[in-house]
Design a protein around this ligand. Structure first.
Ligand SMILES: Nc1nc2c(c(=O)[nH]1)N[C@H]1C(S)=C(S)[C@@H](COP(=O)(O)O)O[C@H]1N2
Ligand SMILES: [Mo]
Length: 592
């Protein structure tokens, strides 16, 4: 994201555009939802998957906006809109639009759209393919976007865009999901303005909606937000651009990092059963409804972090094996569900059980039919203040497919890998899970251990994660104008095991001097600080310098600190990188 602006040397304007992301995501969610519901009526639309930009969802989007919104849809949208601060204004704007839109019938709306389309086809334009559009992503090649079936060359508009360079996020793809994110765009004059830049029409094939490919195990993946940076498409692994990550205390679900090892299973919630079995238990099965009504409903705000978060920085020291995650394989959300301890008690687990572990299995299976699995200690599972949930909601809505619909384990304070999604089986046992991901992966080793010498049986499975913090803005290699009086540094900080971040130190001179950042976050009980803290620090821009090395490091309530460099904690799998976060920025000579 920060590298988007290839031609411009000014980084200062970059930040303004995404400020309303959090609210606007709700709008995107709404469109997406309508689209999904529309798909039921229109079978050919039933499986749009993968990176939106590479798929032909334009027609689908066009169709979706023609539908009248139901009350539930608006409720979802409103929840999305309110998911963060600063959203109220946008919400107001939208509310007004709803009120205007509501009296219209579907027929009326449809005919309106049809007449608008009739006008469009009066002029003839050259035909472009989706691929042609994809090739135009830079100022040098020209910046093209599509809107519905139109192709637009917006190169000349880039510098005029009130929101700055973030418009480049949409370059080479469809503009709809971005406009949906940034509510201000949903206005007539903006659509008119876009028409001035029209250069062509999408080819009819590319206007068609992608149909599902049954032979592809990844042929039925959910739709994802195009702002995500994809690390791997099949299985789908992606993280949000850094600077929008720290815009929200609660990470909007759409941009929450997605870490899948296998295809995303499609689960019929009515047929869904959770099996509970093992040591000292008679096996039982629970429906989703059982879980919702038989047990008290708990909500916990907890941060989830992948063990591979910040792996790319480890890769820069020496090659490691694994997805090249940046600093955003982490997110904070509210999770709602039944407490695992309540469910285990209900299943008859005796208090003095001699079991040591609770194993989990997902519904996602590899080619040999073995499911994704992991386990946690029985101590964590049963701890009164452990807050381990069998969660059916994330951020106040049913889990999305990517995040484990209809049920996942949430183990606050513990590495992402144990938070098993699409949960179908719980096994109480004297043994740890035999799953590959428990036994032969997600473990830490000395920097001297390589793939010839590694013995996975010698290290314990990662559970609680160490203290972590990272800088989300500015980004590495950003340019700041010397005319700017101040620089604002932002980021996140979190510690595993419920330990609370008590301080974040920031340096602008490579670690010689330090200042304490301002922390924000929900107050959580001692030992249950599951959620991250966002932090920021605004300081005068040091004068007469060409470069800054900005560093952050966090401290938790047990005074655990982060190591200053990567090399001494390097490990072959590239996990557990919690070294000081370092960002280099250039100060451009100013005019004054
Ligand atoms: N069933 C299942 N559960 C899973 C995974 C998976 O691939 N399958 N990935 C794990 C890993 S490694 C992480 S980091 C988290 C990511 O959760 P998220 O995709 O909701 O962010 O899910 C964990 N649970
Ligand atoms: Mo992970």
């Amino acid at each position: 994201m920060c590298k988007l602006d290839m031609d411009s040397k000014k980084g200062g304007t970059v930040m303004s555009f995404l400020r309303c992301t959090r609210s606007a995501l709700g709008i995107w969610r709404l469109q997406n939802r309508i689209q999904i519901e529309t798909s039921a009526v229109l079978p050919q639309a039933s499986s749009v998957y993968g990176f939106v930009r590479s798929k032909n969802t334009t027609a689908n989007h066009a169709r979706s906006v023609d539908y009248q919104f139901s009350t539930t849809q608006w409720r979802h949208m409103v929840m999305g809109v309110l998911a963060g601060t600063g959203a109220v204004l946008v919400y107001g704007l939208y509310r007004q639009q709803v009120q205007q839109a509501e009296p219209k019938s579907i027929t009326e709306l449809t005919s309106l759209t049809v007449s608008a389309r009739d006008n469009e086809v009066k002029q003839t334009y050259p035909i472009f393919t989706r691929q042609d559009v994809t090739k135009h992503k830079t100022m040098a090649d020209g910046v093209w976007v599509t809107y519905k079936s139109g192709v637009y060359d917006i190169t000349k508009f880039i510098d005029l865009h009130p929101g700055g360079k973030k418009i480049m996020l949409a370059a080479g793809g469809a503009i709809e999901p971005f406009w949906a994110m940034y509510a201000v765009h949903n206005q007539e004059h903006i659509y008119e303005m876009l028409e001035e830049y029209k250069i062509g029409e999408l080819s009819p094939e590319d206007q068609k909606v992608a149909t599902s490919d049954v032979s592809d195990p990844y042929g039925n993946e959910p739709l994802r937000h195009p702002v995500l940076k994809v690390n791997s498409l099949k299985p789908f692994n992606a993280e949000p651009p850094l600077e929008i990550l720290s815009d929200n205390y609660l990470t909007p679900t759409e941009i929450f990092f997605k870490r899948n090892h296998l295809p995303v299973p499609e689960v019929d919630p009515k047929k869904f059963r959770l099996e509970i079995m093992g040591e000292g238990l008679t096996s039982i099965q629970l429906t989703l409804n059982d879980l919702k009504i038989k047990f008290p409903k708990h909500t916990v705000t907890a941060t989830l972090q992948c063990a591979g978060n910040r792996r790319s920085e480890m890769n820069a020291v020496r090659q490691v094996k694994g997805l090249n995650w940046g600093m955003a394989a982490i997110g904070n959300a509210t999770w709602t569900g039944a407490k695992l301890s309540d469910v285990l008690k209900y299943a008859g687990l005796p208090e003095d059980t001699n079991a040591k572990h609770v194993q989990f299995e997902g519904l996602d299976k590899d080619v040999s039919g073995s499911p994704y699995g992991a386990s946690i200690s029985i101590r964590k599972a049963l701890a009164k203040d452990g807050d381990v949930l069998l969660a059916y909601e994330m951020n106040g809505e049913n889990l999305s497919r990517d995040h484990g619909f209809p049920l996942r384990v949430v183990v606050p304070g513990v590495v992402g890998a144990r938070n098993v999604k699409w949960l179908s089986k719980i096994i109480v046992s004297k043994e740890e899970s035999k799953s590959h991901w428990q036994v032969n992966d997600y473990k830490g080793f000395s920097p001297s251990v390589d793939w010839d010498t590694v013995d996975f049986s010698t290290a314990p499975a990662i559970q609680e994660l160490p203290i972590q913090s990272a800088i989300t803005t500015p980004c590495n290699d950003d340019h700041i104008s010397a005319d700017d009086d101040e620089v604002t540094v932002k980021g996140y900080a979190w510690s595993g095991g419920g330990q609370e971040v008590i301080r974040v130190d920031v340096s602008l001179d490579g670690g010689k001097t330090w200042q304490v950042a301002e922390l924000t976050g929900e107050k959580q009980d001692e030992g249950q600080a599951w959620a991250w803290k966002l932090w920021q620090l605004t300081v005068p821009l040091p004068k007469g310098q060409k470069n800054l090395e900005i560093i952050c490091k966090a401290v938790d309530n047990n005074y655990n600190v982060q190591p200053d460099t990567v090399a001494p904690i390097w490990n072959l799998r590239g996990v557990l990188n919690n070294s000081w976060s370092r960002v280099k920025v250039t100060i451009e000579p100013g005019s004054g």
